[in-house]
Design a protein. Structure first.
Lengths: 199, 189, 194
């Protein structure tokens, strides 16, 4: 039951882009075309899940026992940066086709605040399940990471679809480019507001 | 311009920067440790001060279990007898945990309440911390009152469009009152 | 480039929010009120100025291939220092801004200025650039905060002048995107050409 709550809440109710504002820069940057949007979502999903797993273990078995929580931010960002590098190298070696699909997005992910945001949220925030709340355990943390990145992909694909249509329309000059994109996201976020309260 | 890279100077540079940065952080951590503790203590004391009557000597924190939940509480003593209790009470609101400090007199009257932390929606549930009308109804709420929102047949007017937050708030207060009643009863015996 | 234009470029020509469109996450998330926007802007300014200074000093000594990790470590250090200082002296602001303080590390503005400016210029220029861009960011955030607070709560900096509840959506997530979108339109129309 707790897993279902985590999944629904992370994908719809607390959608990472539309309600928590994480990862907005790449969200706007690569959502021009549906194909790049799906590629980026795949890469983000991969990195967020892996990064959450590593930072969760790092925090629990290294930082907390030695009283080094004050190194949390710095340690997490280093883990994410080197993880992205490693994923890039490994992918290149073992699956050149996947590397071709995701490769160009990987370097962008280091500075995607969704990754660091999820890693920090998982180790600091209490989550709510019905009438009680507690920190996530490892399994729940992973589920949360996967669900969050599915939510990221969902928002990205929806938005890319809208933008492809938008490109075909005549837009007033001052609205062209990003302003109309922001207004479109605003309306999409309004729609997602309808999910609030279901868990 | 940047120096030429080779394996030796790359490794050296990274190690050095990490060491220096960790050292700086360790120093800043040590220097700000006391002020951070002091700030937390001050915030806690202020919230206790707000929910308890003036005067009286404040005890250190004690913890007790009641109804399957652990409560931190502070006793204010006047002339050797407990005059009021400040209880830290947590329930789940709309956006996440809602933690209150509730001041309760021995007869079960709520003296006052204050919000320690919440994650309610800004402009809606977050009003439990700012809405004067909602907050003032807790002051001196007598033991004869039913601590539930009017929708559930109680005496508390909920914040407009934020019934879930108001319910969570009411539950936190009524838990605290029930908890204090149980301590008072235990002390009498 | 004169010192003065180094300083003022961050306001209009290179305004981080409306022209460069960098650092969107804190821009959208923390501007629920004017005061929150101002605090977030100042927090970013602090990190930006210090990291610009240090990076302009160490840049000549850092091997080319590891410069990004080194800059990130430097920035993360100042962010953590800021976290401690805020926890100690402005605990309320720290609580409100929450997750977005540690996330300054991945704010593209800070790393962007380090890459685009501080590693090629002297200490004084980098300091001025940091202050200019930081203030540009702070002013933008405060403006967005003011607009959202007026529409959403009928007040400015907590001073209420329109009775009633305001339009709730502007305090919540959708309002952030809408206000930023329309402010960008105004910025394009009236300021960008000059």
């Amino acid at each position: 039951m707790e897993y279902i709550i985590i999944i629904i809440s992370a994908i719809f109710v607390n959608n990472i882009v539309l309600s928590q504002f994480l990862g907005v820069c790449p969200f706007l940057g690569v959502s021009n075309k549906l194909s790049t949007a799906t590629g980026m979502s795949g890469a983000v999903c991969f990195v967020i899940t892996l990064a959450t797993l590593v930072t969760y273990l790092l925090n629990k078995y290294l930082l907390v026992p030695f009283g080094l929580e004050f190194l949390q931010t710095i340690a997490f960002i280093l883990v994410i940066a080197s993880l992205v590098q490693m994923v890039e190298i490994v992918l290149k070696k073992i699956s050149p086709s996947l590397y071709q699909a995701l490769g160009i997005f990987l370097p962008l992910i280091t500075t995607n605040c969704a990754v660091l945001g999820v890693a920090i949220t998982v180790v600091t925030k209490d989550f709510t399940f019905g009438a009680e709340s507690h920190m996530l355990n490892l399994g729940q943390a992973i589920v949360y990471a996967v669900a969050t990145s599915i939510g990221y992909g969902l928002a990205m694909v929806l938005f890319a679809g809208l933008r492809e249509h938008l490109a075909l329309n005549e837009v007033p000059k001052s609205f062209r480019g990003l302003p109309i994109a922001f207004i479109t996201v605003g309306i999409l976020a309004l729609a997602f507001l309808g999910f609030s309260g279901i868990v | 311009m940047a120096a030429k890279s080779n394996l030796k100077n790359m490794a050296l540079c990274l190690t050095l920067v990490c060491l220096v940065c960790s050292a700086i952080l360790a120093v800043v951590y040590a220097v700000t440790y006391d002020p951070i503790q002091a700030a937390e203590k001050k915030a806690l004391e202020e919230s206790i001060g707000r929910v308890l009557p003036d005067g009286g000597e404040l005890s250190d924190v004690s913890t007790a279990e009641f109804g399957g939940q652990k409560f931190d509480y502070y006793v204010s003593t006047a002339d050797g007898t407990p005059a009021a209790y400040a209880v830290k009470s947590t329930t789940v609101g709309f956006g996440g945990p809602l933690t209150l400090m509730v001041g309760v007199l021995p007869d079960g009257t709520v003296y006052n309440t204050s919000v320690l932390s919440h994650s309610e929606t800004p402009g809606l549930g977050a009003k439990c911390n700012t809405d004067a009308k909602f907050m003032s109804q807790w002051e001196g709420l007598g033991p004869d009152k039913v601590i539930k929102v009017t929708k559930d047949g109680g005496d508390i007017d909920a914040i407009t469009a934020s019934t879930i937050t108001s319910r969570a708030y009411s539950l936190a207060v009524s838990n605290a009152v029930a908890f204090v009643k149980s301590i008072v009863k235990a002390e009498e015996e | 480039m004169s010192k003065w234009s180094t300083f003022t470029d961050g306001f209009v020509k290179n305004n981080p929010t409306f022209v460069l469109v960098l650092g969107m996450c804190p821009t959208l998330a923390t501007t629920t009120s004017a005061i929150n926007g101002l605090e977030m802007g100042l927090a970013t300014l602090f990190v930006l100025v210090l990291s610009n200074i240090v990076i302009s000093l160490i840049a000549p000594m850092v091997p080319d291939k590891v410069h990004i990790p080194v800059y990130i470590v430097v920035i993360a250090t100042f962010v953590t220092v800021l976290q401690f200082i805020m926890q100690a002296y402005t605990p309320d602001a720290y609580k409100t801004l929450g997750l977005f303080i540690p996330l300054i590390v991945v704010n593209c503005i800070v790393l962007g200025r380090a890459e685009a400016f501080a590693n090629k210029h002297g200490v004084l220029d980098s300091l001025l650039d940091g202050i200019g861009v930081g203030l540009g960011f702070t002013v933008s955030l405060t403006v967005i905060g003011i607009v959202r607070e007026i529409l959403g709560s009928g007040s400015v900096f907590g001073w209420k002048f329109i009775p009633g509840d305001g339009i709730l959506a502007f305090v919540m997530a959708p309002g952030a995107f809408l206000v930023l979108g329309y402010l960008m339109v105004l910025f394009n129309k009236y300021l960008k050409r000059s």
